[in-house]
Design a protein around this ligand. Structure first.
Ligand SMILES: [Zn+2]
Ligand SMILES: [Zn+2]
Length: 390
């Protein structure tokens, strides 16, 4: 059978499952679960894969809501990754319900290609993308070590084959001062809130003199108890992001210097701790991006190969891309003015356009699997690029 015919067949396979995939996606959407609590979503996805001939392992990497489904055997081993966690208060405002249904749909529709050419298709369930970097933990625990390729598609407002995503590290900061009556004995107090405010001022100044794509942003989580008490304690939560790990390391010290300066000026004592999970920058594999882009265009979508000006934030797919060749394209499900992590995006993730995006992304992923299993030299190219770009 020629490859174009096989692509048409797998694409029809997705269309035939339209109702099931829509229902699965909407069910996850209306039952939002936060990171590492995605018990229902993980069970529904695993059950659907199992019913469709995948052998399942649940609770992999010592994470209860992570799973691995596989079909076929041997090389190449190609994984489609699923995310299914929601956001606090906003529900599925990042559209991970669509990623989940897209991944299982693409995995199942890839079966005829695996039957014909050999290899293994895997669907790996990766919990807690938003808050805890589930894939970073899974990468450390070897979940992606034996793969040749890993792919997923994230909903957004553009159709792109690559994504720019920044290295990112969380920072928790506390200042300890001394309480006093704010009017009667202000001279006896040490103001921990002022130390925090001065830290923000110093960071705002620093921001003028850092590289364009770096980001430093934070919130105050404790700013005192009452207006008539000099705040003895303040606390804040920050994220520091940069285009690469080297610059992130440089920024770390410059950011800490802002807090040290504020501590010195106020007399408050500083304590801080960096987060354990470090999001790595995303390495897009050019060959995979070309194949995906071509397949997406065959569905009538205009796909930009890359646009560095459209920074994405950070994703734990970056950590996966450090150990295995990856793509993390975006599929448009809403007009450009709709912001991800907003109530409008949560609505889009359950809309007709959202389902259309899910199905197109699943088709393009499956067609890319067809390209890869049918042309072993492409897999060699992909892996060679990965080695060279290290
Ligand atoms: Zn997301
Ligand atoms: Zn998100």
């Amino acid at each position: 059978m020629d490859i174009e015919k096989l692509k048409a067949q797998v694409s029809d396979e997705i269309d035939a499952r339209r109702q099931q995939l829509t229902e699965l996606s909407l069910r996850i959407h209306s039952n939002p679960e936060l990171g590492f609590q995605e018990v229902k979503a993980a069970a529904w996805l695993a059950q659907y894969l199992e019913e469709n001939g995948f052998s399942m392992e649940q609770g992999i990497c010592e994470l209860a809501t992570a799973f691995r489904g596989s079909y076929g055997q041997g090389k190449p081993a190609i994984a489609i990754l699923a995310e299914y966690d929601a956001l606090p208060s906003l529900g599925h405002a990042c559209g991970h319900n669509l990623i989940a249904a897209c991944a299982v749909g693409a995995g199942i529709a890839s079966k005829p290609a695996i039957d014909q050419f050999g290899g293994t298709i895997l669907v790996i369930g990766t919990p807690a993308e938003e808050l805890y970097g589930g894939k970073a933990i899974m990468a450390d625990r070897g979940a992606f070590d034996n793969l040749d390729i890993a792919m997923m598609v994230h909903p957004g407002v553009y159709d792109t084959a690559t994504t720019q995503s920044l290295a990112c590290l969380a920072l928790k900061v506390e200042f300890f001062g001394k309480a006093a009556h704010a009017a009667a004995r202000p001279e006896a107090g040490i103001n921990a809130l002022e130390a925090m405010l001065n830290s923000f001022t110093a960071i705002n100044s620093l921001r003028q003199h850092i590289k364009d794509n770096a980001r430093i942003h934070g919130i105050i989580t404790d700013g005192g108890e009452a207006a008539n008490i000099v705040p003895a304690h303040s606390a804040g939560s920050f994220l520091v992001r940069a285009e690469d790990d080297t610059y992130l390391d440089e920024l770390k010290q410059r950011v800490i210097n802002c807090f040290i300066g504020a501590a010195t000026a106020s007399g408050a004592r500083l304590e801080y701790s960096w987060g354990e999970i470090r999001y790595a920058p995303l390495r897009n594999n050019p060959t995979l991006a070309q194949l995906f882009s071509h397949n997406m265009q065959s569905l009538g979508r205009k796909v930009q190969l890359s646009d560095a000006s459209k920074a994405f934030g950070s994703t734990d797919m970056g950590n996966v891309s450090q150990v295995v060749p990856c793509i993390h394209p975006s599929v448009a499900i809403a007009p450009v003015e709709v912001l991800t992590h907003s109530p409008q995006f949560a609505s889009a993730a359950a809309s007709e356009a959202g389902i259309h995006g899910l199905l197109d992304a699943a088709k393009a992923l499956t067609m890319t699997v067809v390209d890869l299993v049918a042309n072993p030299e492409l897999v060699i190219n992909v892996k060679e690029e990965f080695r060279q770009n290290r």
